[in-house]
Design a binder for this molecule. Structure first.
Ligand code: PLP
Length: 362
């Protein structure tokens, strides 16, 4: 019997955590009522959604009534960026769901340094010209680079500009940042089900609805709620990564460095689960295909961009022209997985280098 694939693409999506399945399955099999109905079948799913709201609010340090559930981080990011009053700003390494929304609004993109951290001098200059919102990715999906959200918040607060943090990659892995005005989360990167995310806002921060209809979520997001993934998002808010994840990520990264790889964002604090490496002279899509054949699921960037085989905007913004291999670990990753992945990477890199030198020799 062939071994099951080693999954190292948790930043794209993750396998459902056992606690998530326990919480979510009854909502599919038995408690499938509409949370907005007035009869008895609505009671159980309604209670579960409110419990998840409380779990999420507790993680974020927010009030439950300031949680707006929606379909995922894309929708939450669009909700806050497209609804903001005035000029919108974001960093150059945002997820496309922020970057494209900011560009659609004619907003301003602020550069990052070679480690992927926001250029604070440039930010200060932009803030001094007035803005309605700054949106920043708290933990980058491609590199895992963590922004200094406290320092950024000091500047935005002084300028009177609300700060939105995209925490899609943070929840379930890391403590929530303390300083923010709006926050985006999603459940499926750290053991939750696809199909639920949320926008949180601090008391007093304005929000304008993008969808209109049944008045759900206090009128901020119309549409029938999806209790199973919402319950899973609540569970994810209670999870923390085991130190084992970092130990295994560091082992994997050290093995790549021993093969001559450069680590993107190595000069900045990074999420414990993410390894983004450039092997000079080797196209990362060739590595991804080779690893897939060897039973290792990896990515050449973010899931949205990987099908397009184009240079990563995140890496270009950091001054990295080459393509990179992204390996992202999670709750299900074992030490044995990493040992097998290291062996596969050694073989695939050696084969690509041999092929490269053959074609060089004509
Ligand atoms: N923001 C970040 C940082 C992400 O990594 C992702 C997922 O790729 C998203 C937003 C979009 O999340 P969702 O799939 O929940 O719409």
């Amino acid at each position: 019997m062939s071994e099951s694939p080693i999954y190292l693409d948790h930043n794209a999506t993750s396998p459902p955590h056992p606690l998530v399945l326990e919480a979510a399955l009854p909502l599919i099999t038995n408690h499938w009522g509409n949370t907005g109905s007035a009869h008895s079948l609505a009671r159980a799913p309604h209670a579960v959604v409110e419990h998840a709201r409380g779990q999420l609010a507790a993680w974020a340090g927010a009030r439950p009534k300031d949680v707006v559930f929606c379909s995922g981080a894309t929708e939450a990011n669009n909700l806050v960026v497209l609804g903001a009053e005035g000029r919108v700003l974001c960093s150059a390494t945002e997820h496309p769901s922020v970057l494209e929304a900011v560009q659609l609004r004619g907003g301003t993109v602020i550069p990052v340094d070679c480690h992927g951290r926001l250029d604070l001098a440039c930010l200060e200059e932009e803030l001094s010209q007035g803005a309605g919102l700054l949106s920043v990715l708290a933990a980058n999906n491609e590199t895992g680079v963590l922004q200094d959200t406290s320092a950024i918040y000091e500047l935005t607060r002084a300028a009177g500009v609300p700060l939105h943090l995209d925490c899609a990659q943070l929840i379930g892995r890391h403590a929530a940042p303390e300083c923010w005005d709006y926050m985006t989360v999603t459940g499926h990167k750290a053991g939750g089900l696809k199909g639920a995310g949320a926008l949180l806002r601090r008391q007093g921060q304005a929000l304008s609805a993008r969808s209109h209809g049944g008045g759900q979520e206090r009128g901020f997001r119309a549409g029938t709620l999806n209790p199973a993934p919402i319950a899973s998002l609540g569970v994810v808010a209670t999870l923390v990564h085991s130190p084992q994840v970092r130990i295994q990520r560091d082992r994997l990264e050290a093995a790549c460095v021993a093969l001559g790889a450069h680590v993107s964002g190595s000069g900045a604090p990074r999420l414990w689960n993410t390894c983004n490496v450039v092997f000079d002279g080797i196209q990362s899509d060739m590595l991804v295909v080779g690893l897939d054949l060897a039973g290792v699921c990896a990515s050449a960037g973010s899931a949205c961009a990987s099908g397009a085989a184009k240079a990563s905007g995140v890496l270009l913004a950091m001054g990295i022209q080459e393509s990179a291999l992204r390996l992202s670990l999670g709750w299900s990753t074992t030490a044995q997985d990493i040992s097998r992945a290291i062996e596969a990477i050694q073989v695939v890199v050696a084969r690509q280098r041999a092929l490269g030198s053959e074609s060089w020799q004509g």
